[in-house]
Ligand binder design. Structure first.
Ligand SMILES: Nc1ncnc2c1ncn2[C@@H]1O[C@H](COP(=O)(O)OP(=O)(O)O)[C@@H](O)[C@H]1O
Ligand SMILES: [Mg+2]
Length: 360
């Protein structure tokens, strides 16, 4: 089985307008756009944007990697980011690479206002610790995880891959006039996965590009949409619909799937942000009331920016002496805002209630 990989020729973008802009697609586009606009507004109400960005980027990194069966826990990740020279599992390392790659892409976009093919190669290199770059040797096929059956053969010829990528990036940077960028998002994601330009890391690179595309089109301001959560929950559909589009060239179901992902994830993220804001406000009140001598708004915000904290972080961010930083953290442990834990040679202070909200 699987020796004769089915071959479906991959067309360049754009697909014909009438096959992507069906009535069902337009209806779902409205729902997704409304939810996303609300998210953009709600996100803006959080005083310190790093709180959301840090939290959601890490979750997205974990979720997107989990789709590829690279699995780690939130606790392990935060510890790896907090404690110096901690020995971590390869999966944890890969998820942290993902986070670096996403921030790398975000900064590129902020500075340049567009993305080049080379930038995509750079993002993929941050993810995967090798410099193989774009595929130049044939042999890459996509298989069904369970049966091993070959389900799709991406283009094998390097020149064809490069042509398709340059067509892709043109459409990435410049949306079709009057076509909703959310519809384009679905088309672009499919296209990138189907070009499958790398030996590995295609899924994750493409999911980073999704977030960047939303930012490029000003649908959100920062990387705070955790789409991979939806994809994990509907992984079988995700694969089935990519496949179906390969075979039939029928876009509708795939586009609706991605639009639903945007809608549902936006609504869930709004809920999460509201909970984070409530907890932040409660914590400010609590520290003011129980520990007026050490109360500083920036201190409380820091514990939300870095839910796993330590003396060094407080010293660096608040520019205070070690002794003062240590006193602040201990005082907040006393009042139950933080819980301490010895990890390796260091003591980390955990904002447990926030971590619980982020987990959900
Ligand atoms: N039939 C298909 N057509 C296009 N893309 C597919 C198909 N099946 C799976 N994919 C994509 O391939 C990705 C896996 O490719 P891979 O290079 O291993 O990426 P990663 O290492 O990030 O998992 C999946 O996440 C999915 O997005
Ligand atoms: Mg892989």
């Amino acid at each position: 089985m699987g020796q004769n990989a089915p071959f479906y020729h991959l067309e360049k973008l754009p697909p014909k307008r009438e096959v992507v802009e069906t009535i069902a697609v337009l209806r779902q586009t409205n729902r997704a756009a409304t939810a996303l606009a609300e998210l953009k507004g709600v996100a803006g109400t959080i005083p310190n944007q790093s709180i959301l960005i840090n939290a959601i980027v890490l979750q997205e990194a974990r979720g997107s990697s989990e789709i590829e069966n690279i699995v780690t826990t939130q606790d392990e990740l935060y510890k790896a980011l907090t404690v110096n020279k901690l020995t971590v599992t390869p999966a944890t390392k890969e998820v942290i690479n993902y986070r670096t790659a996403l921030f790398h892409g975000f900064n590129l976009l902020e500075n340049q206002g567009f993305i080049r093919v080379n930038d995509i190669v750079g993002i993929q290199q941050e993810l995967i610790d090798n410099t193989a770059g774009i595929r130049s040797t044939p042999g890459t096929v996509l298989k069904n995880d369970k049966t091993g059956e070959v389900v799709y053969t991406p283009p094998q010829d390097k020149q064809e891959i490069l042509d398709l990528l340059s067509n892709f990036i043109h459409h990435f940077n410049q949306n079709e006039p009057d076509l909703s960028p959310l519809i384009s998002l679905a088309i672009l994601h499919y296209q990138f996965e189907s070009i499958h330009p790398f030996y590995d890391g295609n899924g994750r690179t493409a999911r980073i590009l999704n977030i960047l595309y939303l930012i490029l089109n000003k649908l959100i301001d920062t990387p705070i949409l955790y789409l991979s959560d939806y994809i994990i929950k509907h992984k079988a559909d995700y694969y089935r619909l990519l496949n179906q589009t390969n075979r039939t060239g029928d876009w509708e179901e795939w586009i609706i799937f991605m639009l639903k992902a945007v809608e549902i994830t936006s609504l869930q993220t709004i809920e999460k942000i509201n909970k984070i804001r409530q907890l932040l406000e409660q914590t400010i009140v609590k520290v003011r009331l129980h520990s007026p001598k050490i109360y500083k708004k920036e201190l409380v915000e820091l514990l939300f920016e870095l839910p796993y904290s330590k003396i060094e972080f407080v010293v660096n961010h608040l520019k205070v002496e070690r002794k003062a930083a240590s006193r602040y953290l201990k005082e907040m442990e006393r009042t139950g805002v933080l819980e301490s834990q010895k990890v390796g040679r260091e003591i980390v202070y955990i904002n447990k209630e926030l971590v619980e909200i982020l987990k959900r």
